[in-house]
Design a binder for this molecule. Sequence first.
Ligand SMILES: *[C@@H]1O[C@H](CO)[C@@H](O)[C@H](O)[C@H]1NC(C)=O
Ligand SMILES: *[C@@H]1O[C@H](CO)[C@@H](O)[C@H](O)[C@H]1NC(C)=O
Ligand SMILES: *[C@@H]1O[C@H](CO)[C@@H](O)[C@H](O)[C@H]1NC(C)=O
Length: 414
Amino acid sequence: MAKQLHSLLSSCLLLGTLSIVLVHTPAQVHSITLESDIEVLQALKQAIDPVSIVRNSYLHSWDFSFDPCEDAGVFQGILCTFPTDKSANRIMAIDLDPAGYDGFLTPMIGNLTELTSLSTSRNNFRGPIPETIANLQRLTRLSLSQNLFSGRIPRGIIDLKHLEILDLSQNHLSSKIPADITALRSLVQLILSNNALSGKIPDLSGLWQLNTLDLSSNNLDGNVPVLPINLRKLSLSHNVLSGHISPVSVLQRLTALDLSDNRLSGLVRQEVLTLPLVVRINISNNQFTEMEAIPYPREDLQLRVLDAHANRLRGRLPTSLVNIANLSSIDLSHNQFSGRIPSEYGAKLGISWKSLFLEDNFLIGNLPPQFVDGTVAVRANLAHNCLRCPPNIRFCRGGQRANSDCVGQQNHST
Ligand SMILES: *[C@@H]1O[C@H](CO)[C@@H](O)[C@H](O)[C@H]1NC(C)=O
Ligand SMILES: *[C@@H]1O[C@H](CO)[C@@H](O)[C@H](O)[C@H]1NC(C)=O
Ligand SMILES: *[C@@H]1O[C@H](CO)[C@@H](O)[C@H](O)[C@H]1NC(C)=O
């Protein structure tokens, strides 16, 4: 009896041991992830400097004695397909954490042909973006932003017909924008800002789903091209674009416009200032010479912030800005405006206008009475004009222009 019990116990023990052994059997024995996908993951990890794979990071968790898809808890940052037939699981998404991984993106990435999402944002991936990325035909999201990638935008990117989000911002890419990028009809966000991209911006009118276009902080030149009609956010700031901005005036869904720091010139049409949904317009640091009047009061507009500082705007201050009901922050400083401050501006000051910058123009004469009333709550600057400011007006400080234009005009105004 005792002997039987003992043998029963020992076989139980054996079973226990067996099951433990099973759990720890290397995955290759009964792998459910496609073998070649596992090899790609291994190559991906091997191309990263091991010193930069810190404890608790996603890549640190990738232990190839386990199966990536079966032991999904082990492989952080990946998603797998789970086919209903008996075919092998495939890697469907790689979304790495910003752990500071330092290395290259292996060209073998192109073998993960079921990949729909690839993100390596905020790491130190360097070298080229592999051309093999063009094989990832199912990709809907490619986000390689905030790394050290250099070289060109792979040409094959235009074959990724399902791409919805393409974010290559904050790298060292230095090519042109591929001319046929307009063929990526599914694109919703195109973000290529903070690189060294050069050349002209191609015609993007085919991207009819695009709602965000950010090409800011590059070396792009030429004119503003025909733009996607459904854009909501547009930033082309910090480039060397020139010419007029009429392509912007048809963007009826635009909410934010930043064209600052370019060489854009000519007339700022009222169609741009009165786009129905736009909340912020920044056209500062350009060469605009004229701002068109807004002919009648507009209660229907959303515009709150207008920054047009550092242009070559001249003539009288645009009185009709008071027609934009919700405007609250206006910067027309560092231009060539002359004449008096319109009395209409006084009526808005501190009521709906909370911030008004008019410094460094050629304004003359007395201030509207509301400007002199010390009680209005407003951020303002009127310095470096030819105004006659009472000594207690804080935002007049900075003195009068010390040039002959000013002297002449001031004499005229008295
Ligand atoms: C990756 O794809 C290339 C070309 O399609 C092929 O030659 C290579 O064997 C593949 N590598 C793996 C690990 O499957
Ligand atoms: C407009 O853009 C310039 C950079 O070109 C920036 O300095 C400024 O703060 C922006 N204005 C607003 C109101 O955001
Ligand atoms: C004006 O701004 C207020 C709040 O600041 C907002 O509730 C209102 O909808 C805006 N009006 C228009 C026409 O945008």
